[in-house]
Design a binder for this molecule. Sequence first.
Ligand SMILES: [Zn+2]
Length: 251
Amino acid sequence: MLHRSRKLFDNLFCYIWSGHGNNSHTYLFPNALRGERPHVIVDPGFVVNETYEGCLDSLTDAMGSDGFRVEDIGLIINSHAHPDHCQATETIVERSTRTDGKGKINKAVVAIHREADEYYRMAGERMFNMFGMKAVRLDPLIHLAEGDLNLGRDEKQVALTVLHTPGHSPGSVCLYWGAKKVLITGDLVFNGGVGRTDFPGGSITILKQSIERVSQLDVEYLLPGHSTEMGSIIEGKQRVEQNFRAIKFII
Ligand SMILES: [Zn+2]
């Protein structure tokens, strides 16, 4: 397996990419939704990356070892529209598709910020070509917007806040889970680094503003989109604050 699985809470699992080539980390809120597809996934990553590693097969195996099926994903959230975060979206939607007794088709729903959707329609194919790959369909049913995003209901509810944090890519979002002080940063902030801004639609000025915003949050677990040589997940309020201080110094 090319993913390292880490259970942070009963309702949050981290799949840390540990292969040789590029891929994003994936975060899973299992059993968050009601119904037959209860799992919510953030950034499913590549199907196959540039070094021909089977990223989605590895994720499927890693999730399977934890007792979760890709077929039972009901919501796919993309932090932004770069191929290394969203290529597997279309395949997961296909795998989740089932027809009920009345011939009605049900499948996983895709969520992404409106600006990321627009950017993807405009530049998605070019982005995939830059990676030497064929573009996939995203077809989001939900446009994420700044504010509350409540997964599930009652005592099982995971109450997230969507923060629009562009700079790395248009329509990039972070997800903040206030109850557990968790921040999923996509490619905004890493352990000891920040997302690159030299892809189309990137801006270092806007990236700095977005980092300034999220650095004000009360965070105990910073869950980045990729590892660096410094590591991946940052745990502990002090370490998170230290990381923000360090990256503000280097950018
Ligand atoms: Zn990216």
